[in-house]
Ligand binder design. Structure first.
Ligand code: ADP
Ligand code: MG
Length: 239
């Protein structure tokens, strides 16, 4: 298991958490060479202001809280924010929504927006019988409504990853259906192998990581960016 995985898992367990928060999850993905948006974590008005000046607009603002799993369901993701004023307004809106639900402790993730593209999900679970398994599908409504996903047992090769993508009913969308530019399947294959390949994040860490959900990865002609990440830890007693 990589030193990065060990450190992230230990920090989360020390804090009593059964999962990595989004900033920790993205840091882990980045350490495996997976592109994530430039971001800052902020806990105060001052930190919000310095995050905004350190990053390039447009911004995305999200809450970081162990009580908020699907952030959008709580109105806790705001995209396309052009400047500090808009970030502060978005923050006040999210705070009001969370206060109304009695959700207290939280920090903020401010990040740059990925260029628009096709949303793809990559996930992983550790099956009691088969061990680590990797999954991919087209993101958003496609995954939830169409159940258009493919699975493999880890470790996978680049050829396996390419096959997983071509098996999807929505595969023509990757080739640029309806006059859209084709997206980089190579960038997606890279991510699949970095998670589920021979030395992949999940393949190597299945004794510590129970579940991975990268939803979505935004893929364009030029590359792929993981804009959300969730890691659920194994329920082991020792850290
Ligand atoms: P949730 O917890 O609701 O899944 P996400 O972090 O996935 O929250 O954000 C919800 C949606 O907002 C994503 O599916 C994506 O469409 C968009 N989004 C989030 N972060 C970014 C980003 N950095 N750049 C572009 N779009 C983003
Ligand atoms: Mg998401």
């Amino acid at each position: 298991m990589s030193a990065e995985v060990k450190a992230a898992v230990r920090a989360a367990r020390t804090g009593g958490a059964g999962a990595l928060d989004e900033p920790a999850g993205k840091k882990l993905l980045a350490s495996f060479g997976i592109r994530v948006p430039a971001s800052r974590v902020a806990r105060s008005a001052d930190e919000i202001a310095s995050a905004v000046s350190a990053l390039k607009p447009p911004y995305v603002l999200k809450v970081v809280s162990s009580e908020v799993i699907h952030k959008s369901d709580f109105g806790a993701v705001k995209v396309g924010l052009k400047n500090l004023t808009e970030v502060e307004r978005a923050l006040a809106e999210i705070e009001a929504a969370l206060d109304a639900k009695g959700i207290r402790g939280r920090s903020w993730l401010i990040e740059e927006m990925a260029a628009p593209g096709l949303e793809v999900v990559v996930g992983g679970v550790v099956d009691p019988e088969f061990g680590p398994m990797i999954m991919t599908g087209l993101g958003g409504v496609f995954v939830e409504v169409m159940k258009d996903v493919s699975f493999r047992i880890c470790p996978i090769t680049r050829a396996d990853a390419a096959e997983m993508l071509s098996e999807l009913r929505g595969a023509p969308l990757l080739q640029g259906a309806r006059g859209r530019a084709p997206v980089s399947t190579d960038a997606l294959i890279d991510i699949l192998v970095k998670i589920g390949g021979e030395k992949g994040l999940l393949t190597e860490s299945a004794d510590e990581i129970a579940e991975i959900d990268i939803n979505p990865i935004i893929v364009t002609a030029e590359g792929a960016t993981a804009v959300d990440a969730r890691f659920i830890l194994q329920q082991s007693v020792e850290g």
